[in-house]
Design a binder for this molecule. Sequence first.
Ligand code: ASP
Ligand code: MG
Length: 417
Amino acid sequence: MARLVMKFGGTSVADLDRIRNVARHVKREVEAGHDVAVVVSAMAGVTNQLVAWCREAAMLHDAREYDAVVATGEEVSAGLLAIVLEGMGVNARSWRGWQLPILTDGAHGAARIIEINGAELIRRFKEMKQVAVIAGFQGLHKESGRVTTLGRGGSDTSAVAVAAAIGAERCDIYTDVDGVYTTDPRVVETARRLDKIAYEEMLELASLGAKVMQVRSVELGMVHKVHVFVRSSFERPEDIDPHKAPSGTLICDESEIMEQQIVTGIAFSKDEAQISIRRVQDKPGVAAAIFGPLADANINVDMIVQNVSSDGATTDLTFTVPSSDYERARVTLEKASGKIGYQRLDGATDVAKVSVIGIGMRSHAGVAAQAFKALSEQKINILAITTSEIKFSVLIDAAQSDLAVRTLHSLYGLDKA
Ligand code: ASP
Ligand code: MG
């Protein structure tokens, strides 16, 4: 007997048929003797609609009212699932964020969870084997007592937080993919599903845009050492033996991964743009003059490369921003040109960032060097490089992105047999 959290995303609860399917998954675990807390997202598309209505009502709206509106999507799916479970003879009760409560700070629209009291859920597991169906994404501001939401994709974070609060053995994330892959299987046919991935690696992947889980949920799992398990919600509940190890990817502490590969996965993003500032003054304060205004405009700068000046007076500086911010970044820099002092701005949006991730890099030298050689053999030119302890990224021509990903995937032995 175990205590489980089961989280279902929007596509898994998109209509009543799918909610019935979810209920059968829940029933399976209950019948296997487990205590279950379910966390649900809003039905697919609902949150987008609610967000759109807020914007339509007033472009500049009070974030507290935005939360009051967008938090409602999850209340519908939680209530419906509880009704369907009861109809199947499973004792279940739905919970909203304020009822537990899930206490958060006051950052409306992107609130952080402060604490969850799991005592009442545990009492109901023990005394009446009652399944808790919890509306994901929402919380309660600890001070004002108003409803908050945790940012888009936040029900992943709700699920991991509930798992920590009730001391769950596992937090199952049921989603439309059956696990975490070494890279996108649509680009590399030989991509493999990982049995296990370390929190830190998953954090890098999520930050690089792998849409499997919200970044914050991975952070939270890492802090509380929650076993997060990514698995498919489309497997038929009847086909799963609850007594056998399920198939999917476990996100866990690195010490739990016996055969650690040097490289675990390759991520890539084509939503990058490159900006080069030519012949900028090489003197103290210039970086601040460039990146200060960009930060004020809320533009996220990623890779930064600055050359050492050859004449001691001017140098070139290259960096990347999300391609959706490219125009805004250019305008911001042109406005600040008097203060910065440069000769010319060059830019390109047809670039891609390819990243190689693996905890093994901490203890192995030369991992990146191998990549540079393999890429050069494919005649792929590298425009910029950044590295961190467990990751390095290269900026390349977007047209060569798929080739680069395939090349690196093979190079590090990630192809499936
Ligand atoms: N329904 C919310 C969203 O679409 C939260 C979630 O699904 O995780 O962002
Ligand atoms: Mg999601």
